[in-house]
Write a protein that binds this ligand. Structure first.
Ligand code: NDP
Length: 308
C-alpha cells in the first residue's frame, strides 16, 4: 500500500479563504477590522519565524496584526501589565502569548491573565475546561487544525480506535479530547508507555506529537491507518540524517542547501508503505495551525461585537 499524502496547505488555504470572506463581511456590515496581538518575550529564533508567518497570514486576509516585543529579562509582572492593557484595548480581539517563554517567567499566570473572550490560542483554563466539558470555546489551534484535516478528508472517527502519541497540554491532551467528542475510542500514549509500537498499532487513526525526529516507523502503524504527523524537527547533524534516511538524495540536498532538513515525528518514506493516508512535514498540520488561529480571531471579533 502507498499512502495518500494529505495536502495540509490546500485545506489551510480553503480555511483562509473562508476567513477572508468573513473579515470582509464584518468590515462591510459593522465597519470592524478584527485585530490580533501577539506578545513575544525575548528573542527565541523559532518564535520569531512563527510570528512573521502569522503577521503575513493576517495581512493576507485583512486582520490587523500587532506584536508586542518584551525584553527577555522582563519580570512576569511587566508582561502581565502588557496583557492587561491588551485585555482593555477595544481594537484587540485576540491575544496570543508566544510560547516558549523564558524560564523565569510564570507561564501559567500569563495564560490565565488573558481575557477568556480574547483567548484565541485556547490555553486559558476556562477555555480548556469548556473544551473538556464539550461546551463552545476557543479550541487550541493545532488540535483544531488536526480535527479539520480529518473532517475535510472524510476520515470516519465514530467507533474507531484513535491513538494519540504525546500528552502535552497544547497538542496531545486537547486532541485526545476532541477525538473522543467525535466518538472515537481514544488511547493516549507517552514516554512511559510500555510496548509502544504494539499500542500505537491499534489505532485506525494515529496522531503523533512527540518532538522525536522520524521515530514512528512502520511497526508503530496499523496497516491502513490514517497517520497525522504534528512533529516539526530540524535535523542538522549529517550523521544522524544518514542514520535515519540513508542516502535519500532529497534529504541530503536540503541539508546541503539549508544546513538542516525539516523532519516530522513520523518516518514518512517507511510509514507510507503501510498507512492509507498521512500528513507530510512540511505541508501537513503546520499550515493548519495558523489558519485556525485566523479563524479563532474572526470568531472572537464577531462574538465580542455581538455579531455571531
Ligand atoms: P512536548 O515536548 O510538550 O510533549 C511531547 C510529548 O511526547 C510528551 O507527552 C512526551 O511524553 C512524549 N514523548 C517524548 N518522547 C517520547 C518517546 N520517545 N516515546 C513516547 N512518547 C514520547 O511537545 P509538543 O506537544 O509541544 O510538540 C510535539 C511536536 O509537535 C514537536 O515536534 C513540536 O515542534 C510540534 N508542534 C508542531 C506544531 C505545528 O503547528 N505543526 C504546533 C505544536 C507543536 P511525557 O509526557 O511522558 O514526557
Amino acid at each position: 500500500m502507498t499512502a495518500r499524502i494529505i495536502d495540509g496547505r490546500k485545506i489551510a488555504q480553503q480555511i483562509k479563504d473562508e476567513v477572508r470572506l468573513g473579515v470582509e463581511k464584518l468590515r462591510a456590515t459593522a465597519g470592524i477590522q478584527p485585530g490580533l496581538a501577539t506578545v513575544l518575550v525575548g528573542d527565541h529564533p523559532a518564535s520569531q519565524v512563527y510570528i512573521r508567518m502569522k503577521a503575513r497570514a493576517c495581512e493576507e486576509i485583512g486582520i490587523r496584526s500587532t506584536t508586542i516585543l518584551i525584553e527577555k529579562n522582563s519580570s512576569t509582572e511587566e508582561v502581565l501589565r502588557q496583557i492587561e492593557q491588551l485585555n482593555r484595548d477595544d481594537q484587540t480581539d485576540g491575544i496570543l502569548v508566544q510560547l516558549p517563554l523564558p524560564s523565569h517567567i510564570d507561564e501559567g499566570l500569563l495564560l490565565q491573565a488573558v481575557d477568556p473572550q480574547k483567548d484565541v490560542d485556547g490555553f486559558h483554563p476556562v477555555s480548556l475546561g469548556n473544551l473538556l466539558a464539550g461546551r463552545e470555546c476557543f479550541v487550541p489551534c493545532t488540535p483544531a487544525g488536526i480535527m479539520e484535516i480529518l473532517k475535510k478528508e472524510g476520515i470516519p472517527l465514530k467507533g474507531k480506535r484513535a491513538v494519540m502519541l504525546g500528552r502535552s497540554n497544547i497538542v496531545g491532551k486537547p486532541t485526545a479530547i476532541l477525538l473522543m467528542h467525535q466518538h472515537a475510542t481514544v488511547t493516549i500514549c507517552h514516554s512511559r508507555t510500555e510496548n509502544l509500537p504494539r499500542v500505537t498499532s491499534e489505532g485506525d487513526i494515529l496522531v503523533v506529537a512527540i518532538g522525536r525526529p522520524a521515530m514512528v516507523t512502520e511497526e508503530f502503524v496499523k496497516p491502513g491507518a490514517v497517520v497525522i504527523d504534528v512533529g516539526v524537527n530540524r535535523l542538522s547533524d549529517l550523521a544522524e540524517i544518514k542514520r535515519i534516511f540513508g542516502d535519500d538524495p532529497l534529504r541530503l540536498a536540503e541539508h546541503q542547501k539549508k544546513g538542516y532538513t525539516l523532519v516530522g515525528d513520523v518516518h514518512q518514506a517507511r510509514v507510507q508503505e503501510v498507512a492509507s493516508a498521512l500528513t507530510p512535514v512540511p505541508g501537513g498540520v503546520g499550515p493548519m495551525t495558523i489558519a485556525m488561529l485566523l479563524k479563532n480571531t474572526l470568531i472572537a471579533a464577531r462574538r465580542r461585537r455581538g455579531d455571531g
